[in-house]
Design a protein around this ligand. Structure first.
Ligand code: GLN
Length: 537
């Protein structure tokens, strides 16, 4: 295989311009020409990983197969490229420093002063090259978090500068900027982009390609102006106009020749054509739904759309698979009670109770589940959502009124959800949960089997508590069945209700594995259950 090419994606002018989506779209385009691609995110914060971060800080924490707790952009990478990521795909400043400091303590630096340059930058460069060294990829796309000019991104930009020297045409830099439209002047403005490129140049990095996020089309003359002021070829100024859906961005980038520019800059063959046939089929279904359903997402981060990112995207994939528009409405768990559940939930065709940690909103989640259980409304509970379904069943069907999870009430008389054995001795918070992919055996004659069409599956986890098997036979006798179990440890992974058309609780997170190419079967089946419910109601 030819040498791996490294593409850096940096951002300027403002945050939230969509570096993750541009990186994912580029990966998709290169992949569609037959290249193998992986994407990596470098995050300039000091946390060792985002696992300890509140969703208010950076949105959802995404979990990889190998159990890394990562930035939510990795979810986009997987959803677009359908290639699993790993611990190596997300590196933070905290992890870089941790490695360097451990080396220093071991004496690896042989008495030298340990400094940002070269020791921190060497470690950053090592982490960047690690994925290329696997020999699996033609391209490694490295997205650098933050905005050019931030103090904390400086060591990363310096590493990019050094790598350009070392790698020459084996690497290329894309700078994503904003070209704002000033309504009062009736004009698009290029100055912020010019300044941002200047800031980058102060660190010694000249971008090869400039991607301009904009709400209006850029004229040729405006592109030429950006090219002239920012030292790039006019063909390297790429327009990235606001799109209705993030999934349209690969198509827009293909029209703008982003992939061809990257191939040209890195001296790669240009004779292939991107084949996005399947992607376009998906987009067609997405924009031509034949029907729609309303689903409630009961959680506690209602005002924060990134907190349940993978779940919302899974609904997009599952909706397209059913040629159905899924209207997801976030419902504040804290607002739901047994008394008002009917008025809040009666118009929905399905209810999903979200994952989470801690006490807040628990009673509302339990009331919501009681309502959907008693009224035969399709229900999907994920992780904490599944645990709440178990608590609700214990309280209202088994009559254990004070049943609870040990997480919320360590003194409960009926700990139907208990701390996992392996978790009992753990004190630290970072990276210590049951994380990543574990096998699950699915029982035939279950909804889960209908979804998967196979008995051996693997799903990703992120939790400390589990179904307490001491209660299993009581639950099963009363109608709540364990239809998926971890074969080695016997942990309950899926619960279902015998007397309910579609009631599924999963201890794992199916949303982490849903991609455009492979919508998750549980979500797909859940949406078809909501459609059925809607049509029969
Ligand atoms: N807090 C629960 C546990 O740790 C559920 C976690 C989750 O929903 N991801 O087991």
């Amino acid at each position: 295989m030819a040498r791996t090419k490294y593409i850096f994606v940096l951002g300027g002018v403002a945050s939230s311009l969509g570096k993750g989506i541009i990186s994912s779209s580029l990966a998709k385009l290169l992949q569609s020409r037959g290249f193998s691609v992986t994407i990596q995110k470098l995050d300039p914060y000091i946390n060792v990983d985002p696992g300890t971060l509140n969703p208010y800080e950076h949105g959802e924490c995404y979990v990889t197969e190998d159990g890394a707790e990562t930035d939510l952009d990795l979810g986009h990478y997987e959803r677009f490229s359908n290639v699993p990521t790993s611990q190596a795909n997300n590196v933070t400043t905290g992890r870089i420093y941790q490695t360097v400091i451990e080396k220093e303590r071991r004496g690896d630096y042989l008495g030298h002063t340990v400094q940002v340059i070269p020791h921190i930058t060497d470690e950053i460069k090592r982490r960047i090259k690690l994925l290329g060294k696997t020999g699996k990829y033609d391209f490694v796309i490295t997205e650098i978090g933050g905005t050019v000019g931030d103090i904390e991104s400086l060591p990363y930009i310096e590493s990019v500068r050094q790598l350009r020297w070392e790698m020459g045409r084996d690497c290329s830099v894309i700078h994503l900027t904003l070209v704002p439209y000033l309504a009062a002047a009736g004009e698009l403005k290029t100055k912020p982009t010019q300044h941002s490129v200047k800031t980058l140049l102060e660190s010694g990095v000249q971008p090869d390609i400039i991607v301009c996020r904009t709400e209006r089309h850029l004229s040729e003359s405006l592109k030429n102006k950006i090219a002239k002021f920012c030292n790039v070829e006019p063909s390297s100024v790429i327009e990235s106009i606001d799109a209705k859906s993030i999934y349209e961005v690969p198509i827009l980038m293909r029209e703008e020749n982003l992939d061809a520019e990257v191939l040209r800059k890195t001296m790669m063959p240009l004779d292939s054509q991107p084949d996005l046939g399947k992607w376009e089929d998906f987009l067609y279904k997405l924009s031509h739904p034949t029907t729609e359903v309303n689903v409630a997402l009961v959680g506690k981060y209602v005002e924060l759309k990134d907190a349940y990112k993978s779940i919302s995207e899974s609904f997009v994939h599952a909706g397209a698979a059913n040629e159905c528009k899924v209207n997801v409405k976030m419902i504040h768990a804290e607002k739901i009670t047994d008394e008002n559940a009917n008025s809040i939930l009666k118009d929905f065709d399905g209810v999903l109770v979200a994952p989470g940690f801690g006490e807040r909103g628990i009673e509302g989640k339990i009331s919501a589940i009681r309502y959907v259980r008693e009224n035969n409304i399709p229900f999907l509970g994920i992780c904490l959502g599944m645990q709440c379904a178990v608590i609700e069943f214990a309280r209202n069907k088994l009559g254990y009124k004070s049943a609870h999870s040990m997480e919320m009430n360590p003194d409960t008389k009926y700990p139907v959800i208990d701390l996992m054995e392996e978790q009992k001795k753990i004190k630290g918070m970072g990276g210590t949960m049951r994380l990543g992919a574990y096998p699950c055996k699915v029982k035939k004659n279950s909804i889960a089997f209908k979804c998967y069409q196979t008995i051996n599956v693997s799903e990703r986890h992120r939790h400390r508590y589990e179904f307490n098997n001491e209660y299993l036979s009581e639950f099963e006798q009363a109608g709540m069945k364990a239809t998926g179990v971890n074969p080695k440890e016997n942990l309950v992974e899926i619960v279902e209700l015998k007397e309910h058309p579609w009631f599924v609780g999963v201890q794992f997170h199916p949303e982490y594995q849903s991609t455009v190419a492979k919508p998750h079967p549980i979500f797909v089946n859940f949406i078809s259950a909501t459609l059925k419910y809607k049509n029969e109601k």
